[in-house]
Design a protein around this ligand. Structure first.
Ligand SMILES: CC(C)(COP(=O)(O)OP(=O)(O)OC[C@H]1O[C@@H](n2cnc3c(N)ncnc32)[C@H](O)[C@@H]1OP(=O)(O)O)[C@@H](O)C(=O)NCCC(=O)NCCS
Length: 142
């Protein structure tokens, strides 16, 4: 996914000229990660068990009590409803963990992501200008 990212995504989230982050960098980060009620989960297809992306919760600007939804899928799997299905599952997980509200921020140009967020009930609460473009702040009550 890192090698497929849209050029409008900020440079620190793309592979740099030295080839970082590498698979080994990711492995180290995952091994150092302690289990918690937030985190990014690999999304596997039920039939083949192949990993096609991730979806989960990250600590955001609203603190530990109201984390942010995040998702990303390999391009060849876009447009088949996977992000929506995975988001519903993560919303259920968040509800069962006791969270009352989630947030998500999305670049205004990211039509597919905005549509996924809308489909699972997120509404826009704010717009902010950031270094890399306009960011929409959205939220959902669980
Ligand atoms: C955003 C992303 C996760 C969506 O994944 P996905 O599995 O294709 O999403 P879904 O199939 O569940 O839903 C996509 C929706 O967006 C719509 N859509 C996609 N591209 C669109 C476009 N250019 N214009 C209008 N609608 C569009 C689809 O039609 C679908 O809506 P529908 O069900 O009403 O038809 C995927 O594009 C991705 O990984 N992008 C790169 C990472 C990223 O942007 N992550 C989010 C950061 S906030």
């Amino acid at each position: 996914m890192w090698s497929e990212r849209d050029p409008r995504v900020p440079p620190h989230r793309r592979i740099d000229a030295d080839g970082h982050p590498t698979v080994a960098d990711f492995e180290e980060a995952i091994r150092a990660n302690k289990p918690s009620s937030v985190g990014l989960l690999a999304v596997e297809r039920k039939a083949g068990g192949d990993a096609i992306g991730y979806c989960g919760l990250v600590d955001g600007r609203h603190g530990e009590q109201e984390p942010e939804l995040a998702f990303e899928f390999l391009r060849r799997f876009w447009g088949q409803g996977y992000a929506t299905e995975a988001s519903w599952a993560v919303l259920d997980w968040a509800r069962s963990s006791g969270y009352k509200r989630l947030w998500a921020s999305v670049w205004d140009w990211n039509t597919a992501s905005r549509r996924v967020l809308a489909k699972v009930g997120f509404t826009e609460t704010d717009r902010e200008e950031a270094i890399y473009g306009n960011n929409l702040v959205t939220t959902v009550r669980l």
